[in-house]
Ligand binder design. Structure first.
Ligand code: S3P
Length: 450
């Protein structure tokens, strides 16, 4: 199931999406990627057994499972999405014998840097060409404050990186310079094995899955409001973490693709099941509803400690909207697909404050703009804003460069389901990092590829 061999990529596998009949039916997106990574990591750090159901079996998460094994956990697949982790236990991780290769996965890398940083072990981290371009300085800086030794790094704080962790990490109070759940989580995970209290302050709240899961596994952690939009998180070091069962809800970031597909393919009526509705993850829904999307929230419930619901989505005549920068942390991975929705919306959509998009699996701001240009959609970048001018009829007909970025790949395939001419992406391989069943799941709704 590996999407990328170490440091390289499989031969490119182009894919074309064509104008499709009305999409209909029900779809359950795969398990949430963020929660899947964290469930495995918590299983590694806990004493006893953690059973996970609904785990995303995408390449990114499988790399984290492999890293957990290398650090001393017993990790077994019991069935589809059903995994068991026998923890190594906080404070007693083993040094990995080989480089931890995270493939395309920024989340796995950065969270695991925190875990290793909080233990007196040495480990090397590496990944594919996309991951090697991504900034790790934001993680290395706070870890250094905690006593972690950065033994080696590539130019500019990039992978490959070797860390010598701190056996007694210094408890710190750290204000994150960017709204990043990966950064926040790395500091918290390193602080977990600190003989004191670690405090992380963020001025814009980012996704809170690490905090929730730490509490669920037995850590003492308090999250309070900080300023208008921020959080102050306080974690007591060296808790006893005990293995727990984790149910992984469906990933709203993956659901975004069938959701927008249903909005733009005329006549569509699709129900998306079991979707995580964590308020720090669903900025896209607010944005689409402001644009006139016909989305009905059905059967809201709590599952595995998260808000979950089903969504009924119908084809909608969308209009452009002004998307505020403050919403970015709650929809940070959804801008490529929002840009696709905006291409079909009447008038201009302005998406503000997208600087973090430049350091994702690709420079997503540039990749989206280039892709829109290739498909005949008027757009411009002004500073950190992307402005898209939509119309009911999108020409399509282009080939889009995905730059090893799964979300660019899926976004433009969705566009091709409703554009006048087909759209080809240069490589579909990376889709397996987060949504391995994307193609058959979309085909079952009526999408035409190939
Ligand atoms: C993630 C956080 C986000 C997001 C990524 C997953 C996480 O990154 O883009 O896909 O699971 O913590 P940042 O924290 O860097 O914004």
């Amino acid at each position: 199931m590996s999407a990328t061999p170490a440091h390289g990529h499989a031969p490119a596998s182009p894919l074309t999406a064509r104008q499709s009949r009305a999409l209909s039916g029900r779809l359950r997106p795969p398990g949430d990627k963020s929660i899947s990574h964290r469930a495995l990591i918590m299983g590694l750090l806990a004493i006893g057994q953690t059973e996970i159901t609904g785990l995303l079996e995408g390449d990114d998460v499988l790399r984290t499972a492999e890293a957990c094994r290398a650090l001393g956990a017993k990790v077994e697949r019991l069935g589809p999405g059903h995994w068991r982790v026998q923890g190594a236990g906080l404070g007693t991780l083993q040094a990995p014998r080989e480089t931890l290769d995270f493939g395309n996965a920024g989340t796995g890398t950065r969270l695991m840097m925190g875990v290793v940083g909080g233990h007196g072990i040495t480990a090397s981290f590496d990944g594919d060409a996309s991951l090697r371009k991504r900034p790790m300085r934001r993680i290395l800086d706070p870890l250094a404050l905690m006593g972690v030794d950065v033994v080696s790094e590539a130019e500019g704080g990039r992978l490959p990186v070797t860390l010598r962790g701190a056996a007694d990490p210094t408890p710190i109070e750290y204000k994150t310079p960017v709204a990043s759940a990966q950064l926040k989580s790395a500091v918290l995970l390193a602080g977990l094995n600190s003989p004191g209290r670690t405090v992380v302050i963020e001025t814009e709240a980012s996704r809170d899955h690490t905090e929730k899961m730490l509490a669920y596994f037995g850590a003492q952690i308090v999250s309070e409001a900080f300023g208008a939009h921020g959080r102050r998180i306080t974690l007591e070091g060296r808790p006893t973490l005990r293995g727990r069962d984790v149910i992984v809800p469906a990933d709203p970031s993956s659901a975004a693709f069938p959701l927008v597909a249903a909005l733009i393919v005329p006549g569509s009526d699709v129900t998306i099941e079991g979707l995580m509705m964590n308020p720090l993850r669903i900025g896209l829904l607010d944005s689409l509803m402001e644009m006139g999307a016909d989305i009905t929230i059905l059967n809201p419930r709590i599952e595995g400690g998260e808000d979950v619901a089903d969504l009924r989505v119908k084809y909608s005549a969308l209009t452009g909207a002004d998307i505020p920068a403050a919403r970015a942390p709650s929809m940070i991975d959804e801008y490529p697909i929002l840009a696709v929705a905006a291409a079909f919306a009447k008038g201009e959509t302005r998406m503000r404050g997208l600087h973090e998009l430049r350091v994702k699996e690709s420079d997503r701001l540039a990749a989206v703009s280039d892709g829109l240009n290739a498909c005949g959609v008027a757009n411009r970048i002004e500073g950190d804003d992307l402005i898209v001018t939509g119309s009911a009829s999108v020409p399509g007909g282009g080939t889009v460069a995905t730059h090893l970025d799964h979300r660019i790949a899926m976004s433009f395939l969705v566009m091709g389901l409703a554009s006048a001419a087909p759209i080809t992406i240069d490589d579909a391989n990376m889709i397996a990092t987060s949504f391995p069943t994307f193609r058959p799941a979309m085909e079952q709704l009526g999408a035409t590829f190939g």
